[in-house]
Every structure is written in structure tokens, then in C-alpha cells.
Design a protein around this ligand. Structure first.
Ligand code: GTP
Ligand code: MG
Length: 281
């Protein structure tokens, strides 16, 4: 499947981030713990440049805990510290603002010596649907930012004040202008970072099922009551799932499209298990 797109509003968001950067102390880049690599938009490196940056890995509650540790170690080896959090359970949230503060502590001390005291200004950036607005709501303990279970919920910038003198800037999600690597596009699609309307869910489910076959076979078999999947291609696994669930259309044919939608929903809801969709290389 070939996914290429770059809607105009993403170019607009890029400008919004660039224009507001001078007001910001620390950029908080949010990653999805299920795709800690593919869920990083390389364009943030160009936009953010030398501004202090904090990496936060959200949705840790949905990801495989062992893999999350592997990814934290992998980023550590690149000299980058990543904070795992979950906006669903609240785990790790209390550490985000202190970690951002510690990145600019020298500057804050100098300002204090000059008698200047300002609030800490953080800008949340990341791919669509990763939980930028949810993180702001968790930190500020208010439901000020609109959130939703689909990409493209936040349309413009919004400043929100949090306790302890921090101000948080919410931004819309942005994807890379193009995908050099289609597996990156597929992984973004599995997690819901790309609008489902432009995706062929059935085709997408084939590659997902093959990944699950190779990495989470026990979870896959348990969820869909399958006897074994080792020898099967993605479309064959999908057909078996459709049969097991009794998804039949007129004429006795199995409804694989319906099965693909169910698999995608159950993956996103962690009903198949806590699954991470890529391994550090
Ligand atoms: N399970 C789980 N769901 C989460 C977590 N954080 C956010 N969500 C859900 O993910 C969806 C997207 O969250 P948002 O906060 O709207 O994401 P966003 O990055 O602001 O999205 P856009 O504004 O569309 O770019 C919502 O349904 C949230 O409830 C988390 O840590 N765990
Ligand atoms: Mg948002």
C-alpha cells in the first residue's frame, strides 16, 4: 500500500511552531510508545534546532513494557533521555514539568539573580493523535484542550496555564511531508496517526497480522481462538478471524473487511495485548 500525503494544514502548523518558538523555553516532543521510532517526525529536528527539547513517550499503558524499556535504553545510547508516561493512567505525568525545568535550570538561575522571574513556557509537538492535548490536560489537571480518538482534533494553537507557574502551548499534530519508507507509513496508520479515510484498512491489516504472527503469536491466537498462525500469510489469518467471528456476507462469503476493522480497533484498544509495533535495531 502506498501512503503519500501532506495536507496544507500541516504546512501551516509548521509555520505556527516556527513563529512561536522564540516564546518557548522547552519543546516537549511526544512519541507514541507503540512506535517510538516511526512516530518521530524528523522535521522537528529542522524546526526546533537548538531549543532545549524533552522527549516524552506517551501511551505506555498500551505498549509492551519490555519493549518500552528496550527503547528507553536505545535512545539513551544515542544520548537522548525519554520519559515514559501514560495519560490514561497518569503514570509518569508528575515528572514532565520538573524534567523540562531541569533542562533550563542554569538560565532560570541567571534570570533569578537579575531579579527576573517568568513562568516556564512549554510547547507540545508531535504526530497527530499521540496525546499532546491529553498531556496538557493531565499536567494542568483541567480539561481545557479538546481531545479525541482520531487524528486532527487540535486545529490551532492554545495556551493553557498549569499549577507551579508553567504555561503550555498545544499545537496540531504534523506528519512528515512524505514517507521514504512505507513501513513507517504503515506503523503510523496502525496506531491511528493517519486518517482512516485515506487508508485501505483491509490491505493494512495483512502486514499488521504478519507482524503479530512473528512477534505476538500467542496473543493473536488467544484473542481470535486460532490454533496456529506460523505458516499463514496475513490475508489467510484475516480470513480465519472472519470465520471465527462469524462475519459472513450473503452467498456465504467471509466478510474480511469487517474483520480487518475489528482487528484494527482491537489493536488500538490493546485488546489483543500490550503491543509495540517496532523493535530497536
Ligand atoms: N490508552 C491511552 N490513550 C491515550 C493516552 N493519551 C491519549 N490517549 C487517547 O488518544 C487519543 C488522542 O489524544 P489527543 O490528546 O487528542 O491527541 P493529540 O496529539 O492532541 O491529537 P491531535 O490534536 O489530533 O494531533 C484520545 O482518544 C485520548 O484519549 C494514553 O496515554 N493512553
Ligand atoms: Mg490535540
Amino acid at each position: 500500500m502506498n501512503l503519500q500525503w501532506y495536507p496544507g494544514h500541516m504546512a501551516k502548523t509548521r509555520r505556527l511552531i516556527e513563529e512561536n518558538l522564540r516564546l518557548i523555553d522547552v519543546v516537549v516532543e511526544i512519541l507514541d510508545a507503540r512506535i517510538p521510532f516511526s512516530g518521530r517526525n524528523p522535521c522537528f529536528d529542522d524546526i526546533v534546532k537548538s531549543k532545549p527539547r524533552l522527549l516524552v513517550m506517551n501511551k505506555a499503558d498500551l505498549a509492551d513494557p519490555d519493549r518500552t524499556q528496550q527503547w528507553i535504553k536505545w535512545y539513551g545510547e544515542q544520548g537522548l533521555k525519554v520519559h515514559p508516561v501514560s495519560c490514561a493512567t497518569g503514570a509518569g505525568i508528575a515528572g514532565v514539568v520538573p524534567a523540562a525545568k531541569s533542562l533550563v535550570s542554569q538560565k532560570t538561575e541567571k534570570d533569578a539573580q537579575k531579579g527576573l522571574s517568568r513562568s516556564l513556557k512549554l510547547m507540545m509537538v508531535g504526530i497527530p493523535n499521540v496525546g499532546k492535548s491529553s498531556l496538557i490536560n493531565r499536567i494542568s489537571k483541567k480539561a481545557s484542550a479538546k481531545t479525541g480518538d482520531r487524528p486532527g482534533v487540535t486545529k490551532g494553537k492554545q495556551w493553557i496555564k498549569a499549577a507551579g507557574g508553567a504555561e503550555l502551548l498545544d499545537t496540531p499534530g504534523i506528519l512528515p511531508p512524505k514517507f521514504e519508507d512505507q513501513t513507517v507509513a504503515e506503523r503510523l496508520a496502525y496506531t491511528g496517526a493517519i486518517k482512516d479515510e485515506i487508508i485501505n484498512i483491509e490491505l493494512l491489516s495483512y502486514s499488521l497480522l504478519e507482524y503479530l504472527r512473528d512477534n505476538y503469536a500467542a496473543e493473536l491466537c488467544t484473542r481470535y481462538k486460532l490454533d496456529g498462525v506460523a505458516e499463514l500469510a496475513g490475508y489467510e489469518i484475516l480470513e480465519m478471524i472472519a470465520k471465527k467471528r462469524g462475519f459472513v456476507i450473503s452467498g456465504g462469503e467471509v466478510d474480511t473487511e469487517r474483520a480487518a476493522n475489528v482487528v484494527m480497533d482491537e489493536l488500538r484498544g490493546a485488546k489483543i495485548g500490550r503491543i509495540t509495533l517496532e523493535i530497536p535495531s
